[in-house]
Design a protein around this ligand. Sequence first.
Ligand code: SF4
Ligand code: SF4
Length: 465
Amino acid sequence: MEDLYHDESFRGRISSVTASGKRNWIYALKPTGRLYQYRNYLAWSCLAIFFILPFIYVRGNPLFLINIIDSKFVLFGKIFWPQDFFILALGMIFFIVFIALFTIIYGRLFCGWVCPQTIFMEFVFRKIEWLIEGSPGSQRKLNEGPWTAEKVWKKSLKHFIFIAFSFLIAHTFLAYIIGVKAIWQLMAQPINENIGMLLSLSAFTFLFYGVFAFVREIVCTTICPYGRLQGVLYDKNTMQISYDYDRGEPRSHYKKTAQRTGGDCIDCRKCVIVCPTGIDIRDGVQMDCVGCTACIDACDEVMDKVGFPRGLIRYASENEISEKKPFAFTAKMKAYSAILLLLMCSMGFMIVTRTEIDTHISRIKGQLFQEVDENTLSNLFEAKIINKSLTEKDVEIKAEGIPGTVKLVGMHGFHLKAEAVNDFTFFLEIPKSEIKKRSNPITIGVYENGKKVQTIHTTFLGPFK
Ligand code: SF4
Ligand code: SF4
């Protein structure tokens, strides 16, 4: 018998390129089935979140803002400044470790279910295409046929909607960068005042349009670096979309009346024609598989029709298929999951406990102590208080654990401008009886609305003893 499963010749081909080197346009069948329905719900939820999030503001701050132009980031309504860069750097490390560990256990689950490329391509652009141009067969006929009035109308309508949707996506991404309010302001201004912005938006609109109208699955199979990483991250216990070759082979066509002697695969190729990347999962695990589950649904439907058990194609590790072991949450997976949970909790803790006020207090260089009267000494301090929020704030500064008086120089109070570094100079007066040596460690508290938000440790200079 010809060993079809172990024929590795497919590894030398790219599904999106023909043998003569031309683009092989994939006409994927519209998936139906249980998993596709779940993905549909999830995709619409993700799209709703993506388009609604920029409009959500918390205490005057957008919930999310990734302003790479001004190095200002708002996550969950909290502003992160360049001073908070360690959190962002940790976040990046966390993200990379998370992705690696997640992929080792769960394979391309992310790509198939929540990757923006998959969501936009499969649940927005391809749906528009199916709606206007019909089934894959009709699309092929239309593409290969002459330019009739119907073809011109359908193509123009499709590409017009594609460009409009790409324009909307580009604006939404811009809203994540500069905020929705800034976009409204820009729209109210004359176009010639924002030519640069208009050009960037047009460039991004046409980038998205190009990706979803023409490049399509090549993003996942060739361009995406995450996709390229799969090969080194997978092991034999990684969960992936697998064809159960032990059960399926030898494949043969189904005949209702004949006694079946081969495997359960009836070679209907439904799993192939539904695949958005144009591969045959029966060839084995391939980097071109984006884990979209369309072939699982398609095969389950076929199995139902012929009366065989579902799951000929299913989520399974290589070990599950080859050694017939049920999916086991191995010690390695448990350890990785625990690390993932720990990383998530630490990041969450850092974000939640981060304050909006960051104070730096130091004695003014070159200044010694001053004698205010026979019982009191003072030192001159400077304070740099960063207000990371979008609202103005008033704070108080107090000496902690010792009687002390703060006297601001040239101002009436510690009033903080929004989103700014606020500079203050103040005298701290302390009774002589509290000063025991030349350099005395002291603690200063920063209070907002009577609640301590920060504790600063510094020194107070006394007479040389
Ligand atoms: S859909 Fe199932 S039965 Fe049909 S070819 Fe694919 S694996 Fe075989
Ligand atoms: S092989 Fe199956 S899961 Fe992988 S991309 Fe194709 S249809 Fe989706």
